[in-house]
Design a protein around this ligand. Structure first.
Ligand SMILES: *Cc1c(COP(=O)(O)O)cnc(C)c1O
Length: 349
């Protein structure tokens, strides 16, 4: 059964053609297991090339594992991580960072538009410095943020300088890094290594792969023991070539970026339609593929009754409309038409 396109999540989209077709290619004959194969080595090389850095690269099944295991490798059980209150690690990972690190606490801050500021980091770091409270060890940022906004490189630099000043490592949740790269038009390196990021979780799944995110250690020493950490957590794929091969296809032909650009463009198109409508409030500046919109409950209900699927985030104050690599522009227009009909009282009911 073919279900209609929706605006619930970029994870509702399928596998992009590039990722799909290279799986068939990688499916020829035998290859060594657990990452000791040609495809995995090639994929790691491509990622090093993309970031222009001699980094350590690991492939895990999903972003939650990537984040939690990366944070666990930076923290002792009595440490803490500064993050935003809307951060995926705080709201959507079922305490996986605490679980895999053996107790690390998250210290959420509450900045505007889903972003932390140097002042917030200072406030959290300065709260306590006694044995009864965890030691702050990591600053975790998300790019693009969970609110669909983006940190400019100078904002990142200021934040990571604060982190350095206090001896914190910097973790970047880049589940939608491609969308941020597309918006900012800078190189992946400029947004990560050059901004002082130590460990990056780079999302492949939301960008069109079936499964698999990359954990990238720019500071190679921090990767010590990470392979075993993955294995222990059940995150070492035995048939690793099928996690790795899609990276080769999507980095080689640039589709990691064109997919992200397309998703961003679709969200921009939707935003342009909703901006002028009475009864719809754009909640955060739309800078990537996510649009948060405040609408009356009965209007959101009416939209759901028309068959549209999307999530409501009370903690963000509205509905989230998410575009993906395969979003059909005609669907964006139909969605906007329905919202307009509901908000202007012309929905015929
Ligand atoms: C989707 C997402 C992840 C990863 O989620 P998984 O479901 O574990 O793959 C991580 N961070 C952010 C910001 C996300 O949106």
């Amino acid at each position: 059964m073919k279900a209609a396109q929706q605006f619930a999540s970029d994870n509702n989209a399928g596998i992009c053609p590039q990722a799909w077709s290279i799986l068939a290619e990688a499916n020829q004959g035998h290859a060594s297991a657990y990452g000791d194969d040609w495809w995995t080595k090639q994929a790691i090389d491509r990622i090093r090339g993309l970031f222009e850095a001699d980094c350590e690269v690991f492939f895990v099944f999903n972003g939650t594992a990537g984040n939690a295991l990366a944070l666990a490798s930076l923290c002792r059980p009595y440490d803490a991580v500064v993050c935003h209150r809307l951060a995926h690690i705080e709201t959507d990972e079922c305490s996986a960072p605490a679980f895999f690190s053996g107790g690390t606490k998250l210290l959420p801050g509450d900045g505007a538009d889903g972003k932390l500021t140097p002042a917030i980091v200072e406030e959290i770091v300065g709260r306590r410095n006694d044995v009864h409270f965890p030691r702050v060890r990591v600053l975790s940022l998300t790019q693009a943020t969970e609110a669909g906004t983006i940190y400019q490189p100078d904002e990142l630099l200021e934040l990571t300088a604060r982190a350095r000043h206090h001896g914190l490592f910097v973790h970047l949740d880049g589940a939608r890094l491609a969308n941020a790269v597309s918006t900012l038009g800078c190189s992946p390196r400029e947004l990560t290594v050059d901004c002082g990021v130590d460990v990056l979780c780079f999302g492949g799944t939301k960008n069109g792969m079936a499964v698999g995110d990359a954990v990238i250690f720019f500071d190679r020493r921090l990767a010590d023991g990470f392979a075993r950490r993955c294995k222990q957590a059940g995150q070492l794929a035995s048939k690793m070539r099928f996690l790795a091969a899609p990276w080769i296809a999507m980095l080689d032909d640039g589709s990691w970026l064109t997919h992200a650009r397309h998703a961003n463009d679709c969200a921009a198109r939707l935003e342009a339609r909703l901006q002028t409508l009475p009864g719809a409030t754009i909640l955060f500046p739309r800078q990537a593929n996510t649009l948060f919109v405040g609408m009356a409950d009965h209007h959101l209900q009416a939209l759901k009754e028309r068959g549209w699927r999307f999530y409501i985030f009370p903690e963000a104050g509205g509905a989230r409309f998410m575009c993906s690599w395969d979003t059909d522009i005609a669907m964006v227009d139909r969605f906007a038409d329905d919202i307009e009909a509901i908000l202007t009282g012309q929905d015929g009911r």
